[in-house]
Write a protein that binds this ligand. Structure first.
Ligand code: F6R
Length: 609
């Protein structure tokens, strides 16, 4: 939610900031702005409502933003409607301090009242203006930016990644974060700040992950870090191995389509990182066989698609390793008082910054549970705070709707389940080897499903006017259904529901009428007849039925359309069945003229509750 950037160096700051914001637009896109310290020593601010294009126009057509030091922001509104006044950067009365902020200042009302008592006036409804003026208040009091920021952080509650420019410190940006992501990159004579790596990947791979309550002082080509008491800290950069091209569209019309096509590769890369010499090997992540053997219960937590991966994992782990698994929505788990008895908590998150998932992780740690994370973004908060972490190798995922991260999380989940089963001796060695072979065959099978994209595109063009789409399945097929349905509604804005097939007739079937589209997911030998019967019940009530089904499964011939996927072990079918559903959602979104990569009201990284 919201993206922030900063730049210091020999180049004009504004184009670098706008370029960085383009890469972060997935984090929020209702307004944007930049502030640059001009050569006369003043801070110029340009803001615009709407997508980044509007800001680009305002910067080009309006005042020239000259200067080599600046900060920028793309917003996903929390406090105050999305308009130009509420857009960041925010400034103090004298326009001598400018700040951009990602996060939420929870006690902003109380702080605003305090500042008003001290004579401050407010022009916007945002918590960020309060944050900026609080820094100004402490700066005026103590005369030192570091001290002001340190005092600020002691006074505010909530989450923040805050970057501040002071007119009096022309070649410097000060920054601090708590529970909202921030990275700093350094190249020869240049320094970059951003919410996420893709924003700076084309300039540098030397990246510092700013810790909670760490203050950074950025200068040209250098950065110093301080703790909250102002003591300088040593800190080493991390080298990012992500390919810069992975943050570009690479000829595809949308990032989502590109990322859908990257799935065979990222699945393979994730698999290769977890298997050595043909064996699933967790020694690198510090998870020993002894520890696995002692796992007697698992709680999986995540949000949205990451939660859906958890639902797949529940079926797979319980069936293969015979360990009880509970899947929880992180946003619910964090506020419950669950009964736990030494389970392992697995948190799944692409960004590693989702506020609810992070809170669930922290709550579990407080209860003394061991924690384990499946995360994509290196050095993210969840990755740092979990006891152990598997990194998925999806690379930067730009499209708001997740596809390749979901697929790589599935693979990590399968590897975990298979390894646990092997250690627990609930599967034979022969079956273990067979499962490993099946895992390695998945990338090619995913590629073959992708080859059928045209038939899905055609089907999407026939169904573009549907108002309601239902997805039905049992077992793993239910888990795929909830993901297919989420994908569809988030980018096509078509109403959709996913149901465990047997559950439909307990109420929801009353919504089925002539022409309603019902998608059946049919990959489980044992369950196919049952689900087919449930689909027939919808047909009788006028539904148009389409299916995603494994090759070889016998289906009635009156389905409107059947998309076949290659056979694989029944535990892994989600990896194949989800592909047609991702493509279906994608094409419907394109056909409806939506902004596929940046669907309305959504942000990629949900760092607020
Ligand atoms: C859906 C989607 C979201 C995320 C969810 C969790 O396409 O992308 O539902 O899966 O917001 O995000 P992470 O995985 O970053 O914790």
């Amino acid at each position: 939610m919201c993206g922030i950037v900063g730049y210091l160096g020999p180049k004009q700051a504004a184009p670098v900031l706008l370029d960085g914001l383009t890469k972060l637009e997935y984090r929020g896109y209702d307004s944007a702005g930049v502030a640059v310290l001009n050569p006369d020593g003043n801070i110029d601010v340009v803001k615009a409502k709407g997508k980044l294009e509007e800001l680009k126009k305002a910067v080009d057509g309006g005042r020239k933003l000259r200067g080599n030091c600046g900060i920028g922001h793309t917003r996903w509104a929390t406090h105050g409607e999305p308009n130009e006044v509420n857009a960041h950067p925010h400034i103090n009365d004298e326009q001598s301090i400018a700040a951009v902020h990602n996060g939420i200042i929870e006690n902003y009302a109380e702080l605003k009242a305090k500042l008003i008592r001290h004579g401050y006036k407010f022009y916007s409804e945002t918590d960020t203006e309060v944050a900026t003026k609080l820094v100004d208040y402490y700066y005026k009091k103590y005369g030192d930016p570091l001290e002001a920021i340190s005092k600020f952080s002691l006074r505010v509650r909530g989450s923040y990644a805050l970057a501040v420019m002071f007119e009096k410190y022309p070649q410097t940006i000060f920054a601090i974060r708590k529970d909202s992501p921030m990275i700093i990159g350094v190249a020869d004579g240049e320094t970059f700040l951003a919410s996420d790596v893709p924003a700076i990947l084309k300039y540098t791979r030397n990246v510092y992950y700013v810790e909670n309550l760490e203050i950074a002082r950025l200068e040209k080509g250098a950065v110093s870090f301080y703790n909250i008491d102002g003591d300088e800290k040593d800190k080493a950069p991390v080298e990012i191995t992500w390919d810069a091209a992975s943050a570009e569209k690479d000829g595809y019309e949308h990032f989502m389509l590109k990322e859908i096509h990257e799935q065979p590769k990222v699945v393979k890369d994730t698999l290769n990182s977890l298997l050595h010499g043909g064996e699933i090997d967790f020694t690198e992540i510090g998870l020993t066989d002894g520890e696995l053997e002692n796992i007697n219960g698992i709680i999986i937590a995540g949000c949205g698609s990451a939660y859906h991966v958890g639902v797949v994992m529940q079926y797979v782990i319980e069936d293969l390793a015979r360990v009880p698994v509970r899947v929880e929505l992180a946003s619910e788990l964090r506020y419950r008082n669950p009964v736990t008895s030494g389970e392992l908590l697995i948190v799944i998150s692409q960004s590693g910054e989702t506020a609810d998932s992070l809170a669930a992780l922290r709550a579990a740690k407080e209860r003394g549970l061991k924690t384990f994370a499946i995360v994509n973004v290196l050095g993210s908060s969840i990755a740092r705070e979990a006891d152990k972490v598997i990194y998925t190798k999806a690379g930067p995922e730009i499209s708001v709707a997740t596809t390749k991260a979901y697929s790589s999380q599935l693979i990590a989940g399968y590897a975990f389940a298979v390894k646990l089963a092997k250690v627990k001796k609930t599967i034979t060695d022969a079956y273990y080897s067979q499962l490993i072979n099946e895992l390695f065959a998945l990338p090619e099978k995913i590629s073959s499903v992708l080859e059928n994209r045209e038939s899905i595109q055609k089907f999407a063009s026939r169904t573009v006017d549907k108002e309601d789409v239902f997805f039905l399945g049992r077992g793993v097929d239910y888990a795929v259904s909830i993901e297919g349905s989420l994908k569809l509604k988030e980018i096509s804005y078509i109403h959709s529901e996913a149901y465990a097939a047997g559950e439909l007739k307990h109420g929801t079937i009353s919504l089925i009428e002539k022409g309603t589209l019902v998608f059946g997911v049919l990959t489980q030998d044992m369950l196919v007849e049952k689900t087919v019967s449930n689909l027939a019940e919808t047909q009788t009530r006028g539904a148009v039925v389409a299916a995603v089904a494994s090759e070889g499964l016998k289906l009635p011939d009156d389905f409107d359309r059947v998309f076949r996927i290659p056979e694989t072990d029944g535990h892994f079918t989600a990896s194949l069945a989800v592909i047609p559903l991702q493509l279906f959602a994608y094409y419907l979104s394109v056909l409806r003229g939506n902004d596929v990569d940046k669907p309305r009201n959504l942000a990629k990284s949900v760092t607020v509750e």
